[in-house]
Design a protein around this ligand. Structure first.
Ligand code: C5P
Length: 385
């Protein structure tokens, strides 16, 4: 691994090689008429000079062989860095935030032939986030640790799947460690798993110019578009989580259109103590007649014009109409409580069970979070990012 300090500096190799070769040649030349062991010693010294040249006559920055091109030259012919420039410690570890999302609108247009549903959603990144640390390790394989939630650390975790997919796409066989600090609630409709997967992909892309990956991987680093395509194969929300901001998501959720940043709001995020399974709720939607759909065009216009009131008037999620009786009642109660505490609007996000309220005033948002926090509901104060 060339990101470790080499045993011998390339300048020392340069200085040593010529005298060693000359000494070796002299000894073996003299040895032919004096003694055989002297010849062997001479040859051994010459071989040693060649071996240290191959192993250590390398660029101190990228670790690639300098060959003849580097001789007397000031710059590496591969990475272009000045050979005598101070060597920076390569970044082997990076921590990135994995932001949660909210659905300002969620409409289901129909069921597709591939079993998925055709969606039309306006999504917004919020400040509630997990922390994802990706570290390149000396070993092989992917390891994962999770703090803050009882989640699997194997291939069932989307973050591990993302790292695996990245390694396959770059044909990289080195070791990767993932450490997740979870804050985004699970089965909540906030794309917690997708956010972690997206963060792993972004972190690995950022770190993929490190020599250990550049030299070991058999393919070029992925560009932003390739990263989103890769993310789309992991889950419908992953491309959105890679981009973030305010976006219109269509198709399965992976076809994104960048929107102007929505007017800023503070968000009271309320997670009731029951999870909702996304596939199960999609299955229920198929048997329900949806009556109250979001006016996506009106929401798009509100965002375009920065019209906060019209935005609030158009927040809607058709999934709420597919909830079973008890869940629906609990969600409605939280929505009403949020409105009573001053929210400008409230709705369920994604396939739930998180309900959010939008506030223009931070203190009012905090008061609502404090008031609704309890045994059956966990609350988080956040804002649009
Ligand atoms: O893509 P993701 O893994 O997030 O989707 C989880 C499940 O939600 C899918 O297996 C599918 O049952 C359902 N789904 C759907 N239509 C979509 C997105 C998800 O039916 N557009």
């Amino acid at each position: 691994m060339n990101d470790k300090k080499p045993l011998m500096d390339y300048r020392r190799v340069q200085k040593l090689q010529t005298p060693l070769l000359l000494t070796g040649a002299l000894l073996s030349g003299v040895g032919t008429s004096v003694s055989v062991p002297l010849v062997i010693l001479g040859i051994a010294i010459m071989l040693f000079a060649i071996v240290i040249g191959v192993l250590y006559y390398r660029c101190p920055h990228c670790g690639r062989p300098l060959g003849r091109i580097g001789e007397g030259g000031a710059y590496c012919p591969h990475c272009g860095k000045a050979l005598n420039a101070p060597v920076e410690e390569p970044v082997r570890s990076i921590t990135v935030p994995a932001y949660a999302k909210l659905n300002l609108t969620l409409d289901i247009l129909g069921k597709r032939d591939d079993g998925y549903h055709e969606m039309q959603m306006i999504m917004q990144t919020v400040s509630l986030h997990d922390d994802v640390t990706v570290t390149l390790t000396d070993g092989k394989g992917i390891t994962c640790r999770v703090d803050g939630a009882a989640l699997p650390c194997d291939e069932r975790n989307l973050a591990v799947k993302a790292a695996r997919a990245f390694c396959e796409a770059m044909d990289y066989g080195g070791g990767i460690d993932i450490a997740l600090i979870k804050r985004i609630p699970s089965e909540a409709g906030m794309a917690g798993g997708s956010a972690d997967a997206a963060a792993v992909l972004r972190a690995l892309r950022a770190i993929s110019t490190v020599p250990v990956i550049l030299l070991t991987a058999k393919r070029e680093p992925l560009d932003a578009a390739a990263l989103e395509v890769l993310g789309g194969k992991l889950g419908a929300d992953v491309p959105f989580c890679i981009r973030g901001g305010t976006q219109l998501a269509e198709g399965r959720g992976e076809k994104l259109t960048v929107l102007k940043p929505a007017p800023r709001f503070f968000v009271a995020v309320c997670k009731p103590d029951f999870p909702i399974s996304t596939p199960a709720l999609f299955a229920r939607v198929d048997g329900v007649t949806i009556t109250d759909r979001p006016d996506t065009d009106a929401m798009l216009a509100a965002i375009e014009h920065g019209d906060a009131d019209t935005l609030c008037a158009n927040v809607r999620n058709v999934f709420e109409q597919a909830l079973d009786g008890e869940q629906r009642e609990r969600i409605e109660t939280i929505k009403c409580d949020l409105l009573a505490y001053g929210a400008k609007t409230s709705a369920m996000t994604g396939s739930g069970s998180v309900v959010f309220g939008l506030f223009s005033d931070k203190a009012a948002c905090r008061r609502a979070c404090e008031a609704l926090q309890g045994e059956c509901v966990k609350t988080f104060c956040a804002e649009f990012v």
